[in-house]
Design a protein around this ligand. Sequence first.
Ligand SMILES: [Zn+2]
Length: 297
Amino acid sequence: MKITMLGTSAALPDPDRAQSAILITLDNGKNYLFDCGEGTTRQMVKANINPADVPWVFVSHLHYDHVCGLPFFVLSSWVFNRKDKLKVYGPKGIQDFVDHSFENGAYKIDIRARADFPARQKNIDAVRPDVTEVSPGLMYEDEDVKVYCDIVDHIPTEITDCFGIRFEAEGKVIAFSGDTAPCDSMIRLAQDADLLIHECTFPESFLEHRAKSGVGTFAHTSPLQLGEIATKANVKSLVATHFGHFDSTSPVIKRAAGMHLPVELMGPERLDEVARDIRKGYKGELRLATDLMRIDL
Ligand SMILES: [Zn+2]
């Protein structure tokens, strides 16, 4: 199978990274999408995948950097002649998100206008995704894959569930953290995985700054913690992703992030710090994600 890192950034508009999205393509051509942040559909086209050929989307949680690309993905794959309904799986609240996006929501006028034409009316089901709100456990299976989820530690569960995911196919296991602080459920999901794709939002130096400035560290995983997680879970290979713009050289991001991030430390050299700190706890295969990076398993 092939894993394509479509988007590898956190929540800010980063000129060098699209937001969270991972595409898994099996050897038989079936495509499974995990998260759908801003830029997902365009990245997919760049990676030579037709969005209309992606029938399943799994949403880890409802922060906008993981889900705001979903309306564009649905609408553009309608225009690209998607035949069947898209299947969307995610936490409670994803049904409401979809209900308020399409024929009864934000894009109802666009849909009404385009559906006036027979070509668009023909596959109107493409804008009526089938949504399944899931609980921890087996969230999806077909003859080729099994997908499990469990609650990770990111947003308080009184507000919403955030999921980590374990994907099994072709005798291989891939785990994806979504966003989370270190937690036992993620280590269980990732146990003995062939590939762990895990968030690593801020380097240690940024966390120190954020703790001092009182903006909070939020529920994310640091590079030192990630090294320990990968070792505890005994994964064969690790991809760190969901980078919080610490490697950015964008003057706009630097100006906008000044309140929250130590701007003087921002730059590509932070990636060296991240790799070094992950390595303190983990000696296996390591990649730091870049957009459109592909991994063949
Ligand atoms: Zn995020």
